[in-house]
Ligand binder design. Structure first.
Ligand code: PRP
Length: 183
């Protein structure tokens, strides 16, 4: 059965709910195996990351905690800088920190956050992203866990939004080209 998309601006489903579910399970198993005997803190960047974090953490068979950051980006491209608008609630010194992202695009946001987190002396620091728009990457990042490599298209659903809408969709869809022009 073909899924009916909720809006004519959407083009097609890129990743179905069951594809995402299967990959989230695989990533969770890898994380559980790698962090066996430890209790990592999963950190995500609001708002998009919370949907993946929520599903992932419930599939990881380990004791763990979660914490959240929010950031604002200024300026386009590599010149852009990032400011933290909501910091973590708890210290991460000595903790095994796993940063969980819905998508990595240029990598600039995460590059900045990793620098900030490293200064806080965690026991370890690693990155897990569901989606990797690797063709857009401007900086090298140590991504340990990666769900899907995705094309350079505007994506919505499963945390990704158009002006705040459609984050709650259980799948990832592309927008039609004419709806989206890169700013
Ligand atoms: C997305 C995503 C990353 C960032 C990646 O967040 O969650 O944090 O963009 O982009 P980059 O690799 O080019 O730095 P977004 O800024 O869309 O905010 P949101 O999660 O609130 O939608």
């Amino acid at each position: 059965m073909t899924l009916r998309l909720p809006d004519p601006r959407m083009e097609r489903v890129l990743l179905t709910e069951s594809q995402i579910d299967a990959v989230v399970g695989e990533l969770a198993d890898q994380v559980a195996a790698d962090y066996s005997g430890r209790d990592p803190v999963l950190v995500t960047v609001l708002r998009g990351g919370l949907f993946f974090l929520s599903d992932l953490c419930r599939r990881i068979d380990l004791p763990l905690t979660v914490d959240f950051m929010a950031v604002t980006s200024y300026g386009p491209g590599a010149a852009g800088s990032v400011r933290i608008t909501k910091d973590l609630d708890d210290p991460v010194e000595g903790r095994d920190v796993l940063v969980v992202e819905d998508i990595i695009d240029t990598g600039l946001t995460l590059n900045y956050l990793l620098r900030v987190l490293r200064q806080r002396r965690p026991a370890s620091l690693a990155v897990c992203t569901l989606l990797d728009k690797d063709v857009r990457r401007l900086v090298d990042l140590p991504i340990v866990y990666r769900g899907f490599s995705v094309p350079d298209r505007f994506l919505v659903g499963y945390g990704l939004d158009l002006e705040g809408q459609w984050r709650e969709l259980p799948y990832v869809a592309t927008l039609k080209d004419e709806i989206w022009e890169r700013g």
